[in-house]
Ligand binder design. Structure first.
Ligand SMILES: Nc1nc2c(ncn2[C@@H]2O[C@H](COP(=O)(O)OP(=O)(O)OP(=O)(O)O)[C@@H](O)[C@H]2O)c(=O)[nH]1
Ligand SMILES: [Mg+2]
Length: 425
C-alpha cells in the first residue's frame, strides 16, 4: 500500500522543492518570511510541490554560496533524505553562486528571478509578450551558461527555464547575442505598431490600471467595462496590455488599459524588455493603482508597486488608489479609515456593481476638474469640427441658427485648445 502511495506522490515531472530564504541584516525593510511565502506561491503556480523550507539570518550573503557552509550542509542532508529535485532560493544568485550551490547540494538550484522568468515564459500568449520574455530569459541565461543541466537533468520540463536552457545549451554566447538582437529588432517593430495604435487614441482620456500581481486588475477592468479579459487566481495571469473603453457614452471616452502585474524583486531584465507594454502606463493621463486588501502584506505591495513605477519613470503620474476585494475584509471600519487616510482613494469590491458604478463616477469626476463649459458656433460647412466636437465633448444644448450650429458643450480644456475653439458671443 505504502509503495503505491509513494508512487502516486512521485509523479513524473513533479518537482519536489525545498525553499530557502535569507533575512539579510543589510535589508531590514523586506520581511524574509512574507517574501518566502510569496516564492512558495510562485513555485506552486509552476506546479512545484513544497516539501520543506529553510530560513537563514545573515549580515550579508556569503560570496561563494550565498548561504553559510553549515546551512548548506544541513540543506544537502535534507535534499538526499527527501528526494528533493529542486532547491529554490528567494534571492538573486550570481551564476557562480548557483553553480557552487548545485555542487554543494547535489541538486538543481533556481533563484527567484529564474522562477519569475519561468512563469512569464509559460504565461506569455501574444508574439510580443513571448519575444519580450525570451529576451529577458536569454539575458539571464547568458550569464550562467554551464553544463550543469545536462549533469543534473533527470526530469524534463521542470521549473526554472529548463526548456529554454536545454535548447540553448549548445549555443555559444555569440549565438545567444545574435538571437537577442534579432528578437529586439522584432520587438522594435511591435513597438512601432503599438505607437501607431496609440496615436489613434490620442484624444481619449487614458487610465492605466497598475498594481501588484493578483490584485484584481483584470477583474476590475472587466467589471468596469463589462468586457471579458482573462482573469485567474494565479500570479501573472496577464502579460499583455489590453485596452477597453469604459463607457461608450461618456465624452470624451475614457479608455482603460490593463497590464502586467508587479512583484517584489521583479527582475530588471523583465522590466526592461516589457518597456513597450509599459509604455501604456507612461502615456496614461491617470494611473489607477489597485491594491489587494485581502493580502496580508498589502502595504508592502503598495510600496513595491510605487518603486517599480519610479523605476519605469511613471512615479510622478497622477494616480488614485483603489483598495479592492473589500468583500473579503471583516473589519467594517477599515474602508472608511483608508478612504480618509489616503486622498483620492476608494475601497471597492470588483464584484459589487454599486462599487463599480461609484468608481466609474469618480474616474469621470476626476477628469471633470479639467473640463470647461463653453458655447461655440460651428459653421455648417465645417463637418470635421462638428464630428470632433461630438466625439470629444458632451453636448448640453444644440440650436440650428442661420450662421451655423450653436452648441453649449463640456469639453477638456486641452481639447478646446487643440481644436482652437472660440467662445461664441
Ligand atoms: N473576493 C474577491 N476576489 C477578487 C476581487 N477582484 C478580483 N478577485 C480575484 O482575485 C484573483 C486575481 O484577479 P485578477 O483580476 O486576475 O488579478 P490581476 O491583478 O489581473 O493579476 P495579474 O494579471 O496576475 O497581475 C482572481 O481569482 C479574481 O477572481 C474582489 O473584488 N473580491
Ligand atoms: Mg491580470
Amino acid at each position: 500500500m505504502k509503495h503505491s502511495f509513494e508512487f502516486e506522490s512521485h509523479r513524473d515531472n513533479e518537482e519536489r522543492v525545498i525553499l530557502v530564504g535569507v533575512q539579510l541584516g543589510s535589508d531590514p525593510q523586506t520581511d524574509a518570511q512574507s517574501s518566502l511565502a510569496e516564492l512558495e506561491r510562485l513555485v506552486e503556480t509552476l506546479g512545484g510541490k513544497i516539501i520543506d523550507t529553510f530560513i537563514q539570518r545573515r549580515k550579508s550573503p556569503h560570496p561563494g554560496l550565498y548561504i553559510g557552509r553549515g546551512k548548506a550542509a544541513e540543506i544537502a542532508a535534507k535534499v538526499t533524505e527527501s528526494e528533493c529535485t529542486l532547491v529554490a532560493f528567494d534571492a538573486e544568485l550570481t551564476g557562480s553562486q548557483q553553480k557552487n550551490l548545485e555542487e554543494a547540494l547535489d541538486c538543481r538550484v533556481v533563484d527567484r528571478t529564474g522562477v519569475i522568468l519561468d512563469i512569464f515564459s509559460r504565461h506569455a500568449r501574444t508574439k510580443e509578450a513571448k519575444n519580450q520574455v525570451e529576451v529577458a530569459s536569454l539575458e539571464y541565461l547568458a550569464s550562467r551558461l554551464t553544463r550543469r543541466w545536462t549533469h543534473l537533468g533527470r526530469q524534463k520540463g521542470g521549473i526554472g527555464l529548463r526548456g529554454l536552457g536545454e535548447k540553448q545549451i549548445e549555443l555559444d554566447r555569440r549565438q545567444i547575442r545574435a538571437r537577442i538582437s534579432r528578437l529586439k529588432q522584432e520587438l522594435e517593430h511591435s513597438a512601432e505598431e503599438r505607437a501607431i495604435q496609440r496615436l489613434g487614441r490620442d484624444r481619449f482620456l487614458r487610465v492605466a490600471i497598475v498594481g501588484y500581481t493578483n490584485a484584481g486588475k483584470s477583474t476590475l477592468m472587466n467589471h468596469l467595462t463589462q468586457s471579458e479579459v482573462y482573469v485567474d487566481d494565479r500570479l501573472f495571469a496577464t502579460l499583455d496590455s489590453t485596452v477597453r473603453i469604459m463607457d461608450p457614452k461618456t465624452r470624451p471616452p475614457i479608455l482603460l488599459s490593463d497590464t502586467v502585474g508587479f512583484i517584489n524583486k521583479l527582475p530588471h531584465t523583465l522590466v526592461a524588455s516589457f518597456r513597450s507594454t509599459l509604455q501604456e502606463v507612461l502615456e496614461a493621463d491617470l494611473l489607477m493603482h489597485v491594491v489587494d486588501l485581502a493580502a496580508e502584506n498589502y502595504m508592502e505591495q503598495i510600496r513595491v508597486t510605487k518603486s517599480v513605477l519610479d523605476d519605469i519613470g511613471a512615479g510622478h503620474k497622477p494616480s488614485i488608489l483603489v483598495f479592492n476585494k473589500a468583500d473579503l475584509v471583516k473589519e467594517f471600519f477599515l474602508p472608511k479609515l483608508l478612504e480618509r487616510r489616503y486622498v483620492d482613494s476608494q475601497v471597492v469590491s470588483a464584484y459589487r456593481s454599486e462599487d463599480m458604478k461609484r468608481l466609474r463616477e469618480s474616474l469621470y469626476t476626476y477628469f471633470e476638474r479639467d473640463m470647461m463649459e463653453m458655447e461655440v458656433n460651428v459653421p455648417y460647412t465645417d463637418t470635421w469640427l462638428q464630428a470632433q466636437i461630438f466625439e470629444l465633448s458632451k453636448v448640453l444644448e444644440l440650436e440650428y441658427l442661420p450662421s451655423g450650429t450653436r452648441m453649449k458643450i463640456r469639453i477638456m480644456r486641452s481639447d478646446a485648445h487643440t481644436l482652437k475653439l472660440q467662445k461664441s458671443e
